[in-house]
Design a protein around this ligand. Structure first.
Ligand code: ADP
Length: 464
């Protein structure tokens, strides 16, 4: 069974409030009950002491009991829920509330009982009596017997107070529940609304619709991160899709040009328009070689992209490799009058020598390819504590800001039309990046159109 975020959040809010309010009510009620019962018992004791004092005072003044006074005291006590009997030193009853007004006593007891049952349905109190000896000058002058609903009872005012207190808790609980419900719904709406949108967008992405972006913002950190990530994913997928389409177009185009040329040559020779001489056959052969190179490039790339590059790492002096490579480019440097700046000095590197040669070759060949006549190529290499850094900078045509993030993508060429002249296929840097990353290193590029380009390769020196 699956629940919506809204019902889950609202339910959890309600659950928290019910638990908190319930706990607070329980603790407060128990504490309050204990305190209040204590207070009521003390109140009863005080009431009894007050009656004893009043009777004693009267006896002290008159040296004998005044029946009418005792009646006033007794009636007063009865109003407060206490039935009293007073007897003299010989235990002869002088005044008794039940004798004086039995009906009222019964009504009073009935009322007390009713109060207690309304407070507690399972109340198991009963009528209790206590006797106190009345003394004057250390001599017994009589006995006071008090009767009441024990062990304690609430009078009307006390009961009203308790009921109001309980009602207050019920009101607080109800308001809290209502608030929790409203807040839960509001909060869950704030969270579930953008999440639903993100889910919808993810569905669109899975269906191949990459153009739309989420323009919502959220002050919830995680949701904002999710929105940004989904948008980044859309951009990345859109670019990948573009590149995929581009790749098919490029491969078809690259294959068609030499094939059309071979086809034309063959047709001309079959039709007898051209003679089948060595020159024409070797021209066809060259085109076939071009097709093979192209297929080789595609194979090379898929090999690198599909599996991990296997490395044969060793420690070697990078300056020797660079010097060797620069020697190979001597002819191109001279042809383009390119000034090369490199000061060879021993630079230790821990890497696969052949693969590093491929990396530097790709970067150098690009630097030469995209340099203008009279340009400059500067190479710097340094072995630091944790890594070896190689900088290759040229003062060539540069790469636009829009192309810069894409040059490592397979078959990506900044200027498609330039390809026929420069002969690149847009895979060199993809392979370069894959090799560098297989070494645990990184490759970065800085470039400005018409000013030049700098590639920085960092290879870590951890010699495992
Ligand atoms: P290509 O075979 O086309 O050179 P790469 O993968 O080596 O393929 O390079 C991808 C693209 O990056 C190139 O088509 C070019 O537009 C750009 N590029 C690479 N190196 C340089 C450079 N040094 N100067 C200017 N543009 C460069």
């Amino acid at each position: 069974m699956r629940y919506s975020l809204r019902s889950k959040l609202t339910l959890s809010y309600l659950l928290i409030v019910v638990t908190v309010v319930g706990l607070i009510s329980l603790i407060a009620n128990t504490y309050f009950k204990m305190q209040f019962e204590d207070y009521v018992i003390k109140r009863q004791e005080n009431q009894t002491n007050e009656i004893i004092n009043l009777i004693k005072q009267q006896y002290q003044t008159d040296k004998a009991f005044d029946i009418s006074y005792l009646e006033r005291v007794g009636m007063n006590a009865l109003e407060k829920g206490m039935i009293i009997d007073i007897s003299d030193a010989d235990n002869k009853l002088i005044w008794s509330a039940s004798h004086h007004n039995g009906g009222l006593c019964e009504a009073m007891m009935y009322n007390m009982q009713k109060n207690m049952y309304s407070y507690h349905a399972n109340w198991n109190g009963k009528y209790e009596e206590k006797s106190y000896t009345l003394t004057f000058n250390n001599q017994k002058i009589g006995t006071l017997t008090t009767g009441y609903m024990g062990p304690y009872y609430f009078n009307n005012e006390e009961l009203i107070f308790i009921k109001a207190f309980n009602k207050l808790f019920i009101i607080i609980g109800a308001i809290s529940l209502l608030l929790a419900f409203v807040l839960g719904i509001a909060m869950s709406l704030r969270i579930s609304k953008p999440l639903n949108k993100i889910a919808h967008k993810a569905l669109l992405l899975s269906e191949g619709n990459y153009q739309e972006r989420l323009d919502d913002t959220s002050n919830t950190k995680e949701i904002e991160m999710l929105i940004q990530t989904i948008n980044k994913l859309s951009v990345a997928l859109e670019n990948k899709e573009k590149l995929r389409k581009q790749l098919t177009q490029d491969v078809a185009h690259e294959l068609r040009t030499p094939l059309t040329s071979v086809q034309g040559h063959m047709e001309a020779m079959i039709d007898g328009i051209w003679e089948m001489d060595t020159k024409r056959l070797s021209s066809c052969y060259d085109e076939i070689i071009r097709i093979q190179k192209l297929i080789g490039n595609i194979e090379n790339l898929s090999g690198i992209e599909n599996e991990n590059v296997l490395l044969n790492k060793e420690a070697f002096d990078l300056s020797q490799l660079v010097s060797r490579l620069l020697d190979n480019y001597e002819k191109e440097f001279l042809a383009k009058k390119i000034h090369v700046s490199y000061v060879p000095s021993k630079t230790l590197i821990y890497a696969d020598q052949d693969k590093m040669s491929q990396v530097l070759n790709n970067i150098l060949s690009n630097a030469v390819k995209y340099s203008r006549e009279g340009g400059m190529i500067e190479i710097r290499a340094a072995s630091r504590h944790k890594a070896t850094e190689i900088h290759v900078r040229d003062t060539g045509i540069g790469i636009s800001e829009a192309d810069l993030p894409l040059i490592f993508e397979r078959f990506y060429r900044a200027d498609k039309s330039r390809n026929s002249k420069t002969g690149g296929m847009g895979v060199g840097l993809t392979i370069t990046k894959a090799i560098v990353e297989a070494h645990g290193g990184s490759i970065a590029v800085r470039s400005k159109v018409n000013e030049g380009t700098e590639f920085v390769v960092v290879i870590p020196r951890n010699e495992e």
